[in-house]
Design a protein around this ligand. Sequence first.
Ligand code: GDP
Ligand code: IMO
Ligand code: MG
Length: 429
Amino acid sequence: MKVDVILGLQWGDEGKGKIVDVFTPLYDVIARFQGGPNAGHTIEFDGMKFILHTIPSGIFHRDSVNVIGNGVIIDPYILMKEVDELHQARITPEENLLISRRAHLILPTHRVLDAAYESAKGSAKIGSTLKGIGPSYTDKYARCGLRIGNIGESGFQDRYNKLKTIHLSLAKNYSLDISLHKIDGFSFEEYEEKWFEAITRMKDFRLIDSEIFLNRSLDEGKSVLAEGAQGTLLDIDFGSYPFVTSSSTSSGGVCSGLGISPHRIGTIWGVFKAYCTRVGSGPFPTELNDSTGELMRSRGHEYGSTTGRPRRCGWLDLPALNYSILINGIDKLIMMKADVLNPFENIRVCTGYKIGDLVTDNFPFNLSGSNLQPVYQDFKGWNDIPDVQVSFADLPQYFSEYIGFIEKNTGLPVEIISVGPDRTQTLRR
Ligand code: GDP
Ligand code: IMO
Ligand code: MG
């Protein structure tokens, strides 16, 4: 058996969580391979809505096994908050959630450092979710991080204290006054206490060597779905650096983030919105700072699932989409939120960029140059799309033309179209 993959092709929030939930009945195991609680994955069914940050989006199907892989970083406090929210809905992740011993911890001081670094950047700030992502991955690569498997070891507290001291002195150098600093509304000491309480609760979960578990599951003929977080344009190597996150969000990250050989990767699904959004700073060539962008935001409820910040909105960007397809080796496409564009009379797609006197459909190294102008093709609006399964041949003509144009210009089939946030509002070819 192989590992199929679901990835975001834009700047995150494409709707990966919904699609993973929809696909879960087809798989035995769902595994997150990178990122941390900067992610916010929304799942809606039976009139309920959940936002997951660390737990894989297969958790609502009791028969599925959900794995937090070695490439993920975990804030135990945020994880336990998520667990408590699931308990309220009578879902008990203790039964079907497995956590890699190799996953790194986000310490309270990683969150402090995230805030210190962002504030020092001033107007050049990345717009981080302030969940401690950059500093935690920095310690991983500096080979001084703490891992889930270290919890309960005799030297754990000592190693924690040493790191904390280093982090606090760094924060002080950045003029951050820890006595005034708040994390999620708590003082540092209050947050640290809650963090240690959550560390104690980790023993309620099965902490495993997930790379062995996943490879053995595949050997036994079980099917595995890898769930991406963030999007390709936020990838540490291929995103709009430095306005990116600190992990490999693209298909290459699946192998290192789960301990899976490239030979074992199966179908790679790419998820994209019928338009584009971005939360946080950084270049966004097709951004609309006008009433059209506002209409997208209000119809699409484009506010961050993790931070509540308004998402920046704009037209679909084909050169960017094709770049993401190339980097990931995408096999099939999934278009999300087509319903959001229903009332638009004119719909635009960016087909290239005018840079100086040249027009190119290549995705350039520097996206932010002031002389970079998107080139658009216009499409007629489609007014309405059915939100129950219909044959693709029966979709409104102008909508079919939009899909056909994307398929022709990406060379890939759009196999699934999402037309609402609920599980059931999903059209399959
Ligand atoms: P993720 O991070 O990729 O999982 O995406 P988010 O959950 O952060 O953001 C996607 C948002 O769009 C959520 O609020 C979803 O409930 C919602 N959503 C997903 N698919 C659709 C869709 O087809 N139509 C509409 N209107 N909303 C959708
Ligand atoms: P999901 O999985 C959208 C953005 C932040 C910021 C940049 C760096 O829900 O798609 P970080 O906290 O990682 O240091 O922030 O990346 N960002 C996301 N944007 N969706 C996400 O995750 C994101 N995770 C991080 O807004 O611009
Ligand atoms: Mg999200």
